[in-house]
Design a binder for this molecule. Structure first.
Ligand SMILES: [Zn+2]
Length: 271
C-alpha cells in the first residue's frame, strides 16, 4: 500500500472528516475576521479579535470556534452584548466546506482546490452582502493561486484558465461600461469583473456556466426582492453573492449540468 492509498483509507475514517471539520471551523473564525475587516481596509492580523460593543480583547478561551458561541449563548462574556448568529453560521459553513471537500474528494489535490475556492467564495458572499464590496485582496490576490491550481489540474490547462479569466472579465467589463453609459449608474461594479477573472482561473471554461447560473439565480432573487419584498427598483442586488454560490455549484456539478443539458435539450437536433 503506497502513501497516497494509505491516506485515502485514512480519509474514509470518521476521524479524518472530524479533523477536517475542526480545522475548517478554525479557518471559519479567521474568515469572520476577513469578512468584517477587509472591506474596511483593516489588517486581518492585528489587533486580535475584540468585542465590537465593549472593545475588550477576546481571550482564546472565549474564541473557540463554534463552542464559545454555544457556551456564551451568543453573548459577549464581558458586557453581555449580543453576538450576531452570523459568526457561528460562517464557522459552521467553513467547517462543512472542509469536511465535505475531504468527504467528496478524499485527501487529494482536488479537495484542497475545492476548499480554497469555496472558502474564497464564502468570504466574498458575505462582504458583498454586507457592504457591496468584493475586496481586491481576495479577487485579485487569489488569481495567482487559481493559476497555480490550474497548472496542476488534470481538468483544465493553465492557458485555458488564463484566457477564460481575461475574456470573462473583459465581457463583464464591457457590460458594466455599456450599462454605465446608458443609465449613468454603476450596474455592475468592477469588483464583479475582477471576481469573474478569479472564477476563470479556478473553473476554466465552466466559469461561463457559473455566470449563467448566477444570472438566473440573480434574476429570480432580484424579482422577488423588488416585487415581493418591495425594496424598490433601485435596490442594489449583490451580484457577487450569486457569482459566489454559482461558482461552488459549478465546481461540484458543472459536468453533470452540461451533460444533462446536452442529453435533454440537444438530442432531438442530432437524431
Ligand atoms: Zn463586549
Amino acid at each position: 500500500m503506497d502513501f497516497i492509498q494509505y491516506l485515502q483509507t485514512f480519509a474514509d475514517t470518521k476521524f479524518m472528516l472530524f479533523f477536517a471539520f475542526v480545522i475548517g471551523s478554525m479557518f471559519g473564525s479567521f474568515f469572520n475576521v476577513c469578512i468584517y475587516r477587509l472591506p474596511e481596509e483593516l489588517s486581518v492580523i492585528k489587533p486580535r479579535s475584540f468585542c465590537p460593543s465593549c472593545k475588550k480583547t477576546i481571550p482564546w478561551y472565549y474564541n473557540i470556534p463554534l463552542l464559545s458561541y454555544i457556551f456564551l449563548r451568543g453573548k459577549c462574556a464581558y458586557c453581555g452584548a449580543r453576538i450576531s448568529f452570523r459568526y457561528f453560521f460562517v464557522e459552521l459553513l467553513s467547517a462543512w466546506i472542509f469536511a465535505f471537500g475531504v468527504y467528496r474528494f478524499g485527501p487529494t489535490f482536488k479537495a484542497l482546490e475545492f476548499i480554497v475556492l469555496s472558502s474564497i467564495m464564502l468570504i466574498l458572499f458575505f462582504t458583498d452582502l454586507d457592504k457591496r464590496i468584493l475586496p481586491d485582496e481576495i479577487t485579485l490576490g487569489f488569481i495567482p493561486v487559481g493559476l497555480i491550481f490550474a497548472y496542476f489540474s488534470p481538468e483544465r490547462t493553465l492557458t485555458e484558465s488564463l484566457i477564460v479569466g481575461i475574456a470573462g472579465a473583459g465581457i463583464l467589463f464591457l457590460l458594466a461600461y455599456i450599462y454605465l453609459k446608458l443609465k449613468g449608474i454603476e450596474g455592475m461594479g468592477m469588483g464583479d469583473v475582477k471576481m469573474l477573472a478569479l472564477m476563470g482561473t479556478f473553473l476554466g471554461k465552466q466559469a461561463f456556466l457559473a455566470l449563467m447560473i448566477a444570472s438566473v439565480i440573480g434574476t429570480i432573487v432580484g424579482l422577488f426582492i423588488i416585487y415581493v419584498l418591495k425594496k424598490g427598483k433601485n435596490y442594489e442586488i449583490p451580484f457577487g453573492c450569486f457569482l459566489s454560490i454559482a461558482s461552488v455549484i459549478t465546481y461540484l456539478y458543472g459536468n453533470d449540468i452540461i451533460l444533462f443539458y446536452v442529453k435533454h435539450f440537444l438530442k432531438h437536433n442530432w437524431s
